[in-house]
Design a protein around this ligand. Sequence first.
Ligand code: NAD
Length: 466
Amino acid sequence: MLDEKYISQLVESVIKNISGSGACPLCEGNQLGVFDKMEDALAAVAKAYKLYRNYTVAQREKMIANIRRLTLEEAEVMAKMGVEETGMGRVEDKIIKHQVVANKTPGTEDLAPSVITGDDGLTLIEMAPFGIIGSITPSTNPSETVICNSMGMIAGGNAVVFNPHPNACKVANYAVDLVNRAILEAGGPENLVVSVKKPTMETSKMMMECPNVKMLVATGGPGVVKTLLSSGKKAIGAGAGNPPVIVDDTADIEKAAKDIVAGASFDNNLPCIAEKECFAFGKVTDDLIKYMTENGAYLIKGDLIDKLVKVALVEKDGKYSINKKWVGKNAGLFLKELGISADPRLIICETPANHPFVQVEMMMPILPIVRVKNIEEAIELAVQAEHGCRHSAHIHSKNVDRLTAFARAVETTIFVKNAPSYAGIGVGGEGYTTFTIAGPTGEGLTATHSFTRQRRCVMADGLHIV
Ligand code: NAD
């Protein structure tokens, strides 16, 4: 493990560099795989991929094991760096996110071949590398996405070129360096994973148009997903969501309240899967709010809600969008703007269903609660608020018919029952993790298999043993 002093020094030196007032060895050309120019990154990764074709699956697995170890060792460095660089999220939660990536991202075990045998011989279907993959990563989980994508893509036998979010490129490139250190230590090729120091729309375009790049993966909002899907290449799109959570009158209300506060406040609501609006049966809403306030939420009412709208959102011609300066900020900072001195995990308020807090994907620790009459109304409003993203939706209920009805109506990639939203990515719920959830293109929770192509090998002259 790295000691406290080293972590502090490292973070301090990177932060100095971010503010332009000092020198950081990591940002001055010493980072493995990080290039000044996209054309150099593309040339280097092409060379690496050629070499990588000769590596065994066991060697791939050794690299993945090293990435897991280094990610655990440097989780705190990246968590602090991510918060400092982007001004978003919580260090303690970002540490957990890195730990989840390290421990629960699948490796080569996810590559399951299939076989068909019969009178006409034996046919083997194997999962082959796609080649060089171009990946665009978000500001909300910058290093987590780089590491998670790298693990799945390398395990699949691919090489990767990243174009990280410009506002989170320092920490994303720290992760690129970490992945390369892990690869080299395991005897892998140089520059199997590359990136650029200053990612821009131009570097992104160059990456997308490079003929050597055979697959594109976008993790972000609607703009980037649309751009990648129009590229003419095989593309995986992991886009925006606005996950609703329903609480009915059969739920364990105290547990539902705790779970929702835990999920909605995690990393200040940055995760795309986090509960972003709540539809509660009228007769349980008072209890739900009471238990939420006993478990880290702060309730605001009346004019304060209108004031908070003015802080968190921007209005133009009656349409609301997020005030980017406030994405991922601590709840206490919002309350300070309202003249309240408190530092809870989450702010809650009652609103009507058409309120902008319900309809806009805010990624802030603010959860609107809408009272509903029955399950039909809850489902109708929740489906509307999800806006057809087909991303994530959650429910607290013990009524199986209602669970089924909501799941059918909302059609989301992730559907969590009676747990915090993060159970959907393997935290307190079964299953592996990913930070690239591909709703629009249907791969679902991406893993090694998502980054492969099927190849069929046929032997028509027997060789089966029955
Ligand atoms: P963003 O869309 O602003 O940026 C994502 C990435 O796309 C960045 O690297 C950005 O530079 C790039 N980009 C944006 N528009 C582009 C374009 N037209 N062409 C090429 N590149 C472009 O997203 P963000 O603010 O960093 O992240 C938050 C959004 O991402 C939310 O909507 C959230 O729901 C979504 N998200 C989804 C997943 C998922 O797995 N589905 C995971 C994380 C975040």
